[in-house]
Write a protein that binds this ligand. Structure first.
Ligand SMILES: *[C@@H]1O[C@H](CO)[C@@H](O)[C@H](O)[C@H]1NC(C)=O
Ligand SMILES: *[C@@H]1O[C@H](CO)[C@@H](O)[C@H](O)[C@H]1NC(C)=O
Ligand SMILES: *[C@@H]1O[C@H](CO)[C@@H](O)[C@H](O)[C@H]1NC(C)=O
Ligand SMILES: *[C@@H]1O[C@H](CO)[C@@H](O)[C@H](O)[C@H]1NC(C)=O
Ligand SMILES: *[C@@H]1O[C@H](CO)[C@@H](O)[C@H](O)[C@H]1NC(C)=O
Ligand SMILES: *[C@@H]1O[C@H](CO)[C@@H](O)[C@H](O)[C@H]1NC(C)=O
Length: 542
């Protein structure tokens, strides 16, 4: 349960990096990259802040270019003292006596502003420890569950330009306690599903269609639960397949699930490689890029790392820290052109890894970062922090990054991938503007055209890609709702003065890409632009 301590030793803050490609750091980074002795082909690390004040157990990038961070609220002191308690009738916090160590007198959530590199405290009414989240179509973060008084809570954070907004808590509550549950944004407008939790073998929808709607059993969760090992199936991996079903993976087993009918459509084979993949064994999972060439129909899952069988118990009881899993499995779950039965294709990372994060870069490569080599997650049971990020190209075999030694704690770190090097600036698309059809100026409609204008003072590469990526909610090696799509370009025209005009086609439906904000990145021969926020609007949007 001490994820907090684990987050302190093996920190997740470095994930912030992943969003570097989105925002305005470009000039800043370029300056640093030119320093001698740095090999830009390996990428590099940069320290952004010495102390964010709050452990970044949960993080999410908002479309206002801020990152919302929250920890558990019973964590004692944080870097931000409050003058008054949020609850308890707003009672004053004095700087002495019991108040000095009273959790209620400290903020346990902050908002980080990417462009100014500053932090401001936010106020939570209930404990978000091991909670889950998804963004709604208007960019509001819906966070669900947590611990104790927070385990059935539903919270909203609507990011705002003036940076005065804060968390609000709904009067409604979840049907079941959701501690270590996963959240997935559904194709229906502003509806999410929350799956699992500690000793909770069910799922439920938020918001509910009527107030009597209860949770529904999900036998997969009961079947895969190893009680003596804290489950080994918590924070199940959940991905929306482009056929409208959900892929749900727990421990070692997985299903394709029709949530509209509460029906298991398919049972997939067990992933080879022994061990377990979900908390506290904690591997990580992505769906590989969805591509317009097959109309986004082919969906392939990739799961990497995890803990050896019995690792939790042997660490807890015998202080023996077993080596984590090196293996990754890939399986096509939808849209395979052959009729062959789905099966896992296994390969190995350069070393063992658990508590790893997997992030899809705009190039379509997968960055495997953070984590540990031995033991299990939680309760300070992990050993040998993984300092070395791995870069995976889905078309090739593993490539290895360089050793980067990094003691972390509360520092805010950025990993800057090699493609940000200024040596590539001549190939980097810039000055991007997005132009929606005039009749609906707020976003792109499914299946319809929209226009993108950008500057590139040379002929674009033959490999010019237009990728979109929704901001995920990240905790415990999971990036909930992460997906990357390569969009079809209907026309690419070079214009005078180095400008390029492109007519893009929005994805065909919310099954492929639920409505909301996405980062659009133009990738020219492997060199990404600075991303721009793009919105897909739901057909039912009034
Ligand atoms: C976004 O939608 C949510 C849910 O419908 C709502 O609570 C919130 O106020 C909306 N936020 C904005 C900024 O419109
Ligand atoms: C809702 O479902 C849970 C099991 O998931 C059950 O324990 C509970 O009694 C149900 N509540 C109602 C009001 O039916
Ligand atoms: C899909 O096709 C590939 C190539 O023909 C095959 O290797 C794989 O096993 C097939 N089945 C699935 C659904 O993974
Ligand atoms: C992988 O191959 C596909 C099809 O050839 C191509 O579109 C894509 O860009 C490649 N991805 C990477 C990451 O190289
Ligand atoms: C793991 O960490 C321990 C303790 O710090 C150290 O003695 C050991 O050499 C490390 N093992 C590996 C495989 O790096
Ligand atoms: C692109 O934008 C930058 C900064 O916003 C500006 O200085 C530059 O002139 C623009 N380039 C073109 C070709 O308009």
């Amino acid at each position: 349960m001490e994820d907090k301590n684990n987050s302190r030793s093996i920190n997740k803050i470095s994930i912030i990096v992943l969003f570097i490609f989105s925002i305005k750091f470009l000039g800043h980074i370029n300056g640093v990259l030119s320093s001698p002795g740095v090999d830009p082909r390996q990428g590099r690390w940069e320290l952004l802040l010495d102390n964010v004040g709050v452990v970044a157990m949960h993080m999410a990038l908002t479309h206002r270019n801020t990152v919302v961070i929250s920890d558990q609220t019973e964590a004692g002191e944080s870097g931000y003292r409050l003058r008054r308690r949020y609850g308890s009738g707003g009672r004053r916090c004095s700087s002495s006596g019991d108040d000095a160590s009273d959790s209620d007198c400290y903020a346990h959530s902050v908002e980080y502003d990417v462009s100014t590199n500053q932090i401001r405290p936010l106020r939570l009414e209930s404990d978000t420890w091991c909670s889950s989240g998804s963004f709604l179509s208007n960019g509001t973060l819906l966070q669900t569950g947590g611990y104790g008084d927070g385990s059935r809570r539903i919270r909203y954070f609507s990011p705002c330009a003036d940076r005065r907004c804060d968390w609000t808590q709904s009067r409604r509550s979840l049907s079941d306690e959701r501690w270590y549950a996963s959240s997935v944004a559904l194709p229906e407008k502003d509806r999410v599903m929350v799956v699992g939790g500690r000793r909770v073998f069910s799922y439920e929808f938020v918001p509910k269609t009527d107030s009597d709607e209860n949770s529904s059993h999900l036998p997969l969760l009961k079947r895969t639960n190893e009680r003596r090992s804290q489950g080994n199936n918590l924070y199940p991996f959940v991905h929306l397949s482009s056929d409208g079903n959900l892929f749900i993976f727990a421990n070692r087993d997985s299903i394709l699930f029709n949530y509209r009918r509460n029906r298991v459509v398919r049972n997939f084979p067990r992933i080879p490689g022994g061990g377990s993949r979900n908390y506290p064994s904690t591997g990580s999972s992505v769906i590989l890029p969805l591509d317009h060439h097959d109309n986004f129909e082919r969906v392939e899952v990739m799961i990497c790392g995890g803990a050896a069988s019995g690792a939790y118990l042997s660490a807890r009881e015998d202080h023996r820290y077993r080596e984590g899993l090196s293996s990754c499995g890939r399986m096509v779950i939808a849209g395979n052109s052959s009729d062959e039965e789905p099966r896992w294709h296994m390969e190995d990372m350069p070393g063992p890894r658990l508590m790893n994060d997997m992030i899809i870069l705009p190039t379509g490569n997968v960055l495997i970062i953070n984590g540990a080599e031995r033991g299990a997650a939680g309760w300070e049971l992990a050993r040998n922090a993984s300092h070395r990020p791995f870069l995976y190209n889905p078309n090739e075999t593993y490539r290895t990054g360089r050793d980067v030694s990094y003691p972390t704690e509360l520092r805010l770190q950025a990993f800057i991938p090699h493609y940000m090097s200024q040596q590539y600036n001549g190939h980097r698309p810039s000055n991007i503007t997005i132009h929606y059809a005039e009749s609906h100026g707020t976003g792109a409609r499914y299946g319809e055209e929209f226009r993108v204008l950008f500057w590139l003072g040379r002929r674009p590469s033959d490999d010019l890609q237009f990728t979109v990526y929704p901001p995920p909610f990240t905790t415990h090696s999971m990036s909930m709702n992460q997906r990357l799509l390569r969009l079809r370009a209907r026309r690419v025209e070079r214009r005078a003065g180095g400008w390029v005009n492109v007519v893009l086609e929005a994805p065909p439906s919310p099954d492929v890409a639920p409505s909301g904000y996405y980062l659009l990145t133009i990738v020219n021969g492997g060199v990404p632009s600075v991303s721009q926020w793009l919105r897909f609007i739901h057909p039912n949007l009034a």
